[in-house]
Structures are given as structure tokens and as C-alpha cells.
Design a protein around this ligand. Structure first.
Ligand code: S3P
Length: 203
């Protein structure tokens, strides 16, 4: 089997609504690319010792947003990695600037139906613990989609596409995109000198 060696010069940041599959797809991409994976919500929960719901109820959303920006800044300023960020992260301008500076953004774009199917029985998302969560999701999608559209690339996601198919599709798109920072090292070059820069990864 031929092993593909990737050259990774920038981080890859998955953005989009809750339920888009950012964490599952991001983890799978990181494993294929041989990169570390960071989930911003997971990091915030670990460093604060609280769940996202607890942070929202005890400290409030503005404090959560500050923690989110600090987490993005900390991880994106280091070596390239794959990062999935909470659904509200890309909506803040300061975060978009950080992501643009250090990485390539990928919008996983689900329909309302896909998102609703995935989050309807989940109590962990404070923004939709409201009387009519479906209407709130619809409102959030309408409000946020024009901002998510500023991401470098967009990939439609639905319940028909597996995590693995999504991860492969995103990697292929990034490799084809000029300036994404992700490329395939030609076989001859990778045989001679596979880790000369410390950044080439075998996937
Ligand atoms: C949020 C999405 C959540 C989490 C928080 C706020 C949002 O992350 O960051 O509940 O504003 O859409 P996921 O997108 O991973 O669910």
C-alpha cells in the first residue's frame, strides 16, 4: 500500500453550527494527517474544571467567549494542528482574525434538519435549552450562515455522509486549494528525506 506523506504548514480549523460534526470529522482528519487534534470546548472544560453548561450558568456567556478566544489564541499560535471550535467561535471577529492568521478555515455546513436530528435529544448545549429549540436553531442558522460563509472552504454535511467520507473529502479539497498549507509530498521526495522540515506527516 502506498503511504501518502502530507506537508502541513498551517493549522486546519473546523467551524460551523453545533451538530455539524466538527469534532468527529476533525479528530478523523488529524489521525489521517498525523497531526494533534484539539477541540476548543473540550480544552475549555478541562482547563476550567467545569462543563460548558456550568460555565454558561455560573459565569455567563461573555466569560465563556473570553475563554474561547484565549483557547484559540493559545493553540493556534503553536505548531500546526487540527482544531474544531464551538459553533459561536467564528462569529466573533477577533477569533476569525486569529484563525485567518494561523490557519485555514473549513465550514461544515449542515441543513437545519441534519442539525436538529443530531442535537434534539442533547441537553449539553445551553443555547438551545429554550422552549422551542428547533426555532432557535433555525434563527441561529439564518443569523450565522452568512458569517460562516467567510470561511476559506465550505463542505456540505448530512446524515448520509460518514465521518470518514467527510474527513477524506475535506483533506482532498484542502490539498487542491492554493495556499491551504496542506500538500502531498511527491513520493520520490518523501522517500529521500521524509522529515527534513519536521513537518511532513505520514497519513
Ligand atoms: C455554541 C456551541 C457549542 C459550545 C457552546 C456555544 C454556540 O459548541 O461552544 O454551547 O454558540 O453555537 P458545539 O458547536 O461544539 O456544539
Amino acid at each position: 500500500m502506498t503511504r501518502v506523506v502530507y506537508r502541513v504548514e498551517r493549522s486546519i480549523v473546523l467551524v460551523g453550527m453545533m451538530g455539524a460534526g466538527k469534532t468527529a470529522v476533525g479528530r478523523q482528519m488529524a489521525s489521517r494527517l498525523g497531526l494533534p487534534f484539539v477541540d476548543s470546548d473540550g480544552e475549555i472544560e478541562t482547563s476550567s474544571g467545569m462543563t460548558i453548561s456550568e460555565i454558561f450558568s455560573r459565569l455567563g456567556e461573555p466569560d465563556f467567549r473570553e475563554m474561547e478566544t484565549a483557547t484559540l489564541s493559545k493553540f493556534l499560535s503553536g505548531d500546526p494542528l487540527v482544531m474544531s471550535v464551538g459553533g459561536g467561535a467564528f462569529i466573533r471577529k477577533v477569533n476569525r482574525r486569529l484563525i485567518r492568521q494561523h490557519g485555514t478555515s473549513v465550514w461544515l455546513k449542515p441543513s437545519l434538519e441534519t442539525v436538529w436530528e443530531r442535537v434534539r435529544n442533547n441537553r449539553k448545549r445551553p443555547l438551545i435549552q429554550v422552549e422551542d429549540p428547533r426555532a432557535e436553531l433555525s434563527r441561529l442558522l439564518r443569523e450565522r450562515n452568512p458569517v460562516y460563509a467567510k470561511a476559506d472552504i465550505r463542505v456540505h454535511t448530512s446524515n448520509d455522509r460518514t465521518v470518514s467520507a467527510m474527513a477524506k473529502a475535506v483533506i482532498t479539497m484542502l490539498v487542491r486549494m492554493d495556499g491551504s498549507g496542506l500538500s502531498v509530498v511527491p513520493a520520490a521526495e518523501s522517500r529521500q528525506d521524509s522529515d527534513h522540515s519536521g513537518r511532513d506527516r505520514t497519513g
